[in-house]
Design a protein around this ligand. Sequence first.
Ligand code: SF4
Length: 319
Amino acid sequence: MALSDRINTFGQDLLRRYGERVHKLAINAGFSCPNRDGSKGRGGCTFCNNASFNPSARETPPVAAQIEAGRRVIRRRTGARRYLAYFQAYTNTYADVARLADLYGQALAEPDVLGLSVGTRPDCVPEEVLDLLGGYRAQGHEVWLELGLQSAFDHTLRRVNRGHGFAEYAAAVKAAHRRGLPVCTHLIAGLPGEGGEEALESLRRVLELGVEGLKLHPLHVVKGTQLANQWRQGEFMPLSMQEYIALAADLVEWTPPEVVFHRATGTASLDILLAPAWCAKKWAVLNGIESELARRDSRQGARLERGLAPPSRCLAAAG
Ligand code: SF4
């Protein structure tokens, strides 16, 4: 069995709905982040790579050129002929709405780009930006708002210097849903001070609010971060691969089958990854999650179908 037989993956979801493979093309439009320049916070999240914020990293090729480079690679590798422009790097709503409309519009002008996926922070989605994205959706484009939440616990968010709390996330989700925009929420397993119970409780709170997509990542340490210092000083221990696989399988089992997993693990390039080394092996981790679900004779939503109590009730006062 493949992973997509046990998990409702985004790739399969797109294939079902469009009748052909649709692939994401990652765009770096040169945005920065309000959690670094003082408008929302300073210093950035403790796990975020500082080096990526030097000015030269923001001198990016035009959107159309990035799409052309990406489509050449993806077409050769996967055969996909239709794409989603994935505004991925940093905070992709952090500009005035005219600039955003220009950048998103450049992507949508490409005839084989059927929509957008826009990654951002929950405290950086003003009404006019949501109106812009909602407008694209009303025109028939596939549009996803990807919100980095990471944890539903405010004390954890403070500890990793996110610069926002769960309340901002809840408000952003409600505002997106009022415009019919589907939300994909990013969660991190293994954050400092958190174990499996907290990850399950974060999932429970996200599902309770309503979400259409999820991205799961194990917390990994990359060069040039505050987390790297904490890891070197022994203040932070990453999850083992087996711990992450077991926890990811738990999270999948507690997620309703209709929620789409855009990602079930995360990776970093070897030149910046410090720990854990297994994070570089994306396919080994994904195969491990599939094997773990097979061992349990299980799949997405299985625990809900068995009528079990929701996870972590004892932590319901989180935040
Ligand atoms: S992880 Fe995202 S929100 Fe945090 S500092 Fe980096 S770009 Fe900003």
